[in-house]
Design a protein around this ligand. Structure first.
Ligand code: RFL
Ligand code: PHB
Length: 390
């Protein structure tokens, strides 16, 4: 089989790029390790920046997102017995974020690929990129016991943190930067009305918590837990009790609880791989970088990679201009590091670190009291949360 661009990974990054390229007449194939049902069972991001939403519209996938997604002009931070609001709209020059789940984004992208006959292969085993430094790279995979070869001009590694693409870059070329945090987030999805119209990020002496949502009838809550905890350790009752302990009394009093529909623990990690390209392979999204979810940047960072890669490929195929492809890694990384900084800052400000010293406790308190006493600081938070331009 021969295509122009072979995309490894059928998560939001891979699907969005394939859809955008297809609409411009560039032939792609997406190779996904798991079934569609498996991919759609993952509960991840909930907050989208407007740059991501714009790209979804450009990919002709924005209709349901615009109908069902909720625009949020701000969020709250509960700390030291007070509830302070971050006015995103006011401090970001009129911007906002969209609350619409990654699961729905992925579903919309799959449906769009189906509508225009996009090639998406599920349950592709042993996907392996070859000859990355040649001008004739190819990818092999196994399906139904047979090996299939896909010849292409370019390979895009959009196969997430555990994928094969990044690992195919020689170790003497690849530089990895990583910070692993000593805790995870236990998340619960429940068919209940959200406790608050806006998200609430909670800094509490028992640990961080977050009240989020997917719609007016679907809530998403998280509590910080030690890395040693297992999902099985947490009954629904134990989860709700712990969440209530960390919420301001008035908020806890109006929390509506119910059975969990999904419950999982995500470890928190910051990670960047450099460079993001090697020969004819280009990495995008979680395959190249991970942020802790505190700043809601992960999927949004993937979107800027896809934007740069899409335009670089268009310039190559439409004008024979390769400068975008050559400059892709540097351009993408410049924005990625800013998202890293912001996510690290939010994480350090709001979590309880098991080995912290009293001095650091006071600095954390001061960070928050400074934030809400300074318009400049709130402006910094707002412009990063709604997404830096790309
Ligand atoms: P994905 O979604 O991991 O998709 C990669 C796909 O590649 C497949 N794959 C392979 N395919 C073929 N061969 C292989 N060898 C393969 N290995 C893997 C996988 O099956 C998968 O389908 O990466 P992608 O597309 O780059 O998307 C990134 C986002 O998923 C991620 O950044 C966000 O979910 C992060 N995130 C958030 N981001 C936001 O922008 N806003 C948020 O509010 C937000 N909240 C979150 C989050 C992530 C979380 N968790 C669970 C890590 C909340 C949480 C709790
Ligand atoms: C979510 O709704 O899953 C969510 C929202 C905001 C975050 C992280 C996760 O910062």
């Amino acid at each position: 089989m021969k295509v122009q661009v072979c995309i490894i990974g059928g998560g939001p990054s891979g699907l969005l790029l394939s859809q955008l390229l297809h609409l411009k007449g560039i032939d792609t194939i997406v190779l996904e390790k798991y079934s569609r049902e498996h991919v759609l069972a993952r509960i991840r991001a909930g907050v989208l920046e407007h740059g991501f939403a714009k790209l979804m519209r450009e990919a002709e996938c924005g209709e349901r997102m615009d109908r069902e997604g909720e625009i949020h002009d701000g969020f709250e931070i509960a700390h030291d017995g007070v509830l302070d609001r971050v006015d995103l709209h006011k401090y970001s020059g009129g911007n906002s974020v969209l609350v619409y789940g990654q699961t729905e984004i992925t579903r919309d992208l799959y449906e769009a690929r189906d509508r225009i006959g996009g090639k998406v292969v599920h349950n592709a085993e042993d996907v392996t990129p070859h000859d990355l430094k040649s001008d004739k790279p190819y990818v092999t995979y196994r399906a139904n016991g047979e090996t299939v070869r896909v010849d292409c001009d370019y390979i895009v590694g959009a196969d997430g943190f555990h994928g094969v693409s990044r690992k195919s870059i020689p170790s003497d070329v690849l530089r990895e930067y990583e910070k692993v945090y000593p805790f995870g987030w236990l998340g619960v999805l429940s068919r209940t009305k959200p406790v608050n119209p806006e998200l609430i990020y909670v800094k509490h002496e028992r640990g961080f918590a977050l009240c989020s949502m997917r719609s007016q009838v679907l809530s998403r809550y998280y509590v910080q837990v030690p890395l040693t905890d297992k999902v099985e350790d947490w009954s629904d009752d134990a989860f709700w009790a712990e969440l209530k302990r960390r919420l301001p009394t008035e908020v806890a009093g109006r929390l509506i609880t119910g059975p969990s529909i999904e419950k999982s623990i995500a470890p928190l990690r910051s990670f960047v791989a450099e460079p993001m390209s090697y020969g004819r392979l280009f990495l995008a999204g979680d395959a190249a970088h991970i942020v802790p979810p505190t700043g809601a940047r992960g999927l949004n960072s993937a979107a800027s990679d896809i934007y740069y890669l899409y335009h670089a490929m268009l310039a190559h195929y439409q004008k024979g201009d390769d400068s975008g492809l050559e400059g892709y890694s540097a351009k993408a990384l410049a924005r990625i590091w800013k998202a890293q900084r912001f996510s690290w800052w939010m994480t350090m400000m709001l979590h309880r670190f098991p080995d912290r010293i009293e001095y650091e406790d006071r600095l954390q308190q001061t960070e928050l009291s400074y934030l809400f006493s300074s318009e400049a600081a709130q402006r910094m938070l707002a412009e990063n949360y709604v997404g830096l331009p790309f």
